[in-house]
Ligand binder design. Sequence first.
Ligand code: 26V
Length: 799
Amino acid sequence: MTYQDARPATGLQDAILRHLTYTIGKDTAHATLHDWRMALSYAVRDKIVDSWFVSTRTAYEAGAKRVYYLSMEFLIGRLLGDALVNLRFDAEAKAAVEGLGLSFDAVLHDEPDAALGNGGLGRLAACFLESLSTLACPAMGYGIRYEHGLFRQSFEDGRQIEQPETWLQQRHAWEFERPEAMYRVGFGGHVADQDDRAVWTPAEAVLAEAHDTPVVGWQARWTNTLRLWGARAGDPLDLKRFNHGDYVGAAAAEMLARSISRVLYPDDTTPAGKELRLKQEYFFTAASLHDILRRFDSEHGDIRALPDKVAIQLNDTHPAIAGPELVRLLHDERGLPFDEAVDLARRTLNYTNHTLLPEALEKWPVDLMRHLLPRHMMLIDRIDADHAAHFPARPTPIVADGEVNMGTLSFVMANRVNGVSALHTELVKQTVFADLHALHPERIVNQTNGVTPRRWLHACNPRLSGIITGAIGEGWVGDLEQLSGLEPHLDDAGLQDAIAGAKRANKVDLSNWVSATHGVSLDPDAMFDVQIKRIHEYKRQHLNILEAVALWQAIRANPNAGWTPRVKIFGGKAAPGYVFAKKIIHLINDVARVLNADPVTSPFLKVVFLPNYNVTLAERLIPASDLSEQVSTAGKEASGTGNMKFALNGALTVGTLDGANVEIRDHVGAENFFLFGMTAPEVVARRAVPDHAGQAIAADPRLAAALEAIHQGAFSSDDPNRYHDITGNLRGPDYFLVCSDFTDYWRAQRAVDAAYRDGAHWTRMAALNTARSGWFSSDRTIRGYMADIWGATSLRPGA
Ligand code: 26V
């Protein structure tokens, strides 16, 4: 059918056709799926713009305090489906698109997944933007418009292969270029004293060009902006070289400048220490601060009111140079006394810590900092000396051993410092910032992470969403705590059946997709056991695969013991330089190949590693999951946010007392959570036991046999020694205590099996997880930031 055969065009169809014709320049006979998707996106974007203008005007007229969220990463994923849901336009759009003879699903899936982030930190920033809009908090996100997001992952003979990601090869449908918001950002050069003032003359400068994406909140009551900076050369062509016939050389400056926003660094644990990374950090931080001050100036007079009108959140230490940069702007460029500049900056800035892993805490060589940002290095030294002078008894230097500690700098320059779960915040106080916490006991606060229920339940799981709305009305989408209203209905057999039916249907959808795209057939009645996250030793995907090997051996030994069928699904990328993590991926793929081909065991146990895990894949997997693997070594996972998405969608957790797992268990009830493993203090004690791994292996024949099979090459017959690095590590140092937690993990997994066999009881536990997860909305988190950190208020009464 073509659209001409359909009923008279609706308003939305008109808008789509208008954009197809006049924006895209295509007629319906020649339009591709991409053209249609763009036309729909523009039609939807038009609707958002109306709300955007109202919000902008309202914030301006109210003279309200503004919140600025500075983040190197915004892992936004696809935007069309989310925008439609928040505009309450999804049903109409589906009808309009289908009325034009197109598959709505195909149109939605044509959109590239914007992977402008590595993992949890970037996705949290995206959820926060949506909640800031939902709560009508006047806010803006600032980041980098990477040309290439996180690499695409594929497997070759089970090994991870990285390919460049190219989301911007097509036009980005949601953005507006803002050539009028363009700033020069300088690097290098020298600093001179002039009339008692420092004057920095950079050696080179690039331009930061703004691209705005509107972020619409639930029910389109408010729309904020995500402003991403692209780098360009001040002078695109070196005319002198051009006129001498050196056409390539003439464009070199442009190439160099553009490299700053070319690609997202894919290593989310070890700061590469690379000059380009520091350039990226200063580039987007400086452009954002210029922009913030320009807006402040246009709305308010006295710069001394800055902390009353502006709150800036630093998402990890990546924008930590904001401290010295703001001091530079206030002191050098606006002439405020140094002390006052520091005081104003400190009352404006706040910092979120997202990890305690020592290798992830950013430190920059003093020489590099001085070379790239000479004035900032002077200011850092002065801020450091100043702080030391105030607290001579307990010096905590920012600069030590030839390096600038960006965590210490962020702490010293922040009004509030926050951790991202209750446990993590306590550990922040006791470990990395123990000394600074003693000096500033009021500074560290907790804000447990959350996730937006619009994307992570309502949009990605329409079946469950519909059932919930049928039972308690639709208020829960904007006020997730209302999910508790489900509990009294859970004895209703009809509701339980509906919830079980929705999960089953989601699993059928996933199975069909996996079979069509990856050629593996999955039984939707098997338990879907899912671990999706970056591959890291501390997240312990190898604990999970070790258990799979042990289970495979147990099934082979006794195939008729009534095993509970399971499919273990993995997804996640390893940093390209993280050799051990890549080995873990290879091992999982090797184990999958052997197990899936075993006719005796495969009816009970399959293993699948889905390539290129991203936001879109998460949206497919989470609604179809029964079991959520949250098995990090206690004390290592700052919070986790995937754990919340699973619980919200009615998956039960098998997990350690780590990060927000602790709070999830408190909320859903210990009887609805499969706990195992050592606590954070037990982990510390266990590490001190000599040969802890050897002891654990000696005490558990299953563990010994699983390790031995891997070591002997049972899954790598072409290269029997392939996994000796892994087995050697686990039998030796085993820093992340895989062996010491294995026995209890096995016990918990068998309890999971038994529970799953009682279908009605399992469904009840799953439904209780949904009903009791309302607290994990990022709306709750953002309310916490507004009240305890930013002193910001909503411009929508009652929000
Ligand atoms: C660090 C680096 C180092 C330099 C190269 C690029 C890069 C990119 C990101 C990071 C930060 C990693 C920290 C992180 O993502 N932490 C995660 O934050 C989540 C949100 O708070 C939290 O749920 C996870 O537990 C935590 O691991």
